[in-house]
Design a protein around this ligand. Structure first.
Ligand SMILES: [Zn+2]
Length: 466
């Protein structure tokens, strides 16, 4: 099958300009001046006039079917990847996980089984390491061989996911020795648990207390600490889901010291704030960790400025939805509310609003949503750009269209939306996965199970050792 995407404005992280994109089978074979190839040689011509032609989105932080807090995140690999596709994302890097007392291998096998035959877009896995000891660290090399090149640690969630400083240092040393990158959930979980317990003892049990007992200072402290440990271990580090200006400043400071520290934020931290959270138990919809921050303190502005300046590398989603019924588990005690929001469908649209607002150029939109996550995840240039040889994962985006986000129209398995009523300038028009149209005319037309497992390479943004 030969496809021509004609007359669009092709946008990559490097440049935006009018061009035709030539596709043969699953790959891009050429990017040429408009109208310079004979249409006769193509089986299908997609007219993209007046629209942007961008590489498919790469969301490097999702949690489909994640067992957590006695329940499971509500999007399956099927529903979650269809929603992602509808929103212009053609690759996810989801988090597989080790269960305490078991091996990384068992975790990876479990997650591969969950996704197999159900994903509508391509997918890879990071590995959450929750039981750090010598045998676990010995498995890192084996995981690398499987294309799992990133390992996630937590300074949060004592008794569940938290690793102590010794475990973090040793895991970073093990990662560095095999060329892996550490992904870090950075919040001081031990101090935060004290604040949470104190709140409940005072009778402050509403969801808003979840947000108020995870202060930005506790996120910043953890970023500072893990960056120092990474410095000692000489290990590349991604601080995931940065929510506050304080934590971001610590990550930037580490980077300015010359450390390979990379930064990720999420649309919820760019757009939502404590001020948007309804009172009473309805606030449970907005419970995630790290929490939303106060707009009045300038967090959103600092994160957007970081995207504009190039110091914020990636916008991923930390997509981890729970239905209203699941959130109900925390009525009367906010500590029991499952943490997470449904975002995977809206990332490309929400970051594009930064272009609409004039805060970032088109190229930066593509860079933070596609190219840089592909590089950090070891998927570039197969994913993350429009160039000969790359997978033909392409989104045609219509800047003249507009829509309003609503539970009535989204595809995530979720019976409400934290972005309900948000107006979006622009809209996904057509999505191709490896040359096949999977979204057109507002409908998913791809195949469940067509998504493939991606064995990933290593983080391409780590400088070569001198
Ligand atoms: Zn996460």
């Amino acid at each position: 099958m030969r496809t021509l995407v004609a007359n669009g404005t092709v946008v990559t992280a490097a440049a935006a300009g009018d061009a035709d994109v030539l596709i043969d089978g699953e790959h891009i074979t050429g990017v040429v001046a408009p109208g310079t190839v004979d249409r006769e040689g193509f089986d299908r011509v997609i007219d993209a006039s007046g629209r942007y032609v961008i590489p498919g989105g790469v969301d490097m932080h999702t949690h489909m079917e994640l067992p957590v807090s006695g329940t499971v995140s509500s999007d399956t690999y099927m529903s979650g990847t269809i929603a992602a596709a509808m929103g212009g994302t053609t690759t996810i890097v989801d988090y597989a996980g080790q269960t305490r007392g078991s091996t990384l291998r068992e975790g990876l096998d479990t997650w591969k089984r969950r996704a197999e035959g159900k994903a509508a877009i391509d997918y890879g896995f990071h590995m959450m390491v929750t039981d750090v000891h010598a045998a676990t660290l010995d498995e890192f090399a084996d995981m690398m061989h499987e294309g799992v090149t990133t390992f996630k640690l937590f300074t949060a969630y004592p008794g569940v996911n938290l690793s102590d400083d010794r475990q973090i240092l040793e895991a970073m040393q093990a990662a560095a020795s095999v060329g892996a990158t550490i992904m870090m959930h950075a919040e001081n979980g031990i101090a935060i648990d004290a604040l949470r317990d104190q709140a409940v003892e005072r009778g402050d049990t509403d969801p808003i207390n979840h947000l108020l007992t995870r202060p930005a200072a506790m996120e910043a402290e953890a970023v500072h600490r893990v960056a120092a440990l990474a410095e000692i271990a000489r290990c590349p580090l991604v601080i995931v889901h940065i929510s506050s200006r304080d934590a971001f400043a610590e990550a930037v400071a580490a980077r300015d010291r010359g450390l390979p520290v990379f930064t990720e934020t999420c649309p919820q931290y760019l757009w939502l704030a404590v001020e948007d959270v309804p009172g009473g138990f309805e606030g449970a919809k907005f419970v995630c960790s790290p929490p939303l921050r106060h707009r009045s303190e300038g967090h959103q502005a600092a994160l957007w400025a970081g995207i504009a300046s190039g110091r914020m590398d990636v916008v991923a989603t930390d997509h981890c939805p729970f239905t209203w019924e699941q959130k109900e588990a925390g009525r009367g005690d906010f500590r029991r509310i499952p943490n997470g929001l449904g975002v995977v469908e809206h990332r490309m649209d929400l970051v594009y609003q930064g272009v609409v607002e004039g805060w970032i150029p088109l190229t930066r939109w593509v860079e933070v949503t596609s190219e840089t996550p592909a590089k950090l995840s070891g998927l570039y240039p197969r994913k993350g750009t429009i160039a000969p040889g790359s997978d033909a994962d392409i989104v045609i985006y219509d800047p003249t269209s507009s829509h309003t986000i609503s539970v009535d129209t989204h595809h995530m398995h979720l019976d409400y939306s934290v972005f309900e009523g948000v107006q979006i300038g622009g809209a996904i028009d057509t999505v191709l996965l490896r040359g096949a149209v999977i979204v057109e005319a507002g409908a998913f037309v791809g195949g469940v199970g067509d998504g493939r497992y991606l064995a990933r390479g290593t983080n391409a943004l780590v400088p070569e050792a001198p």
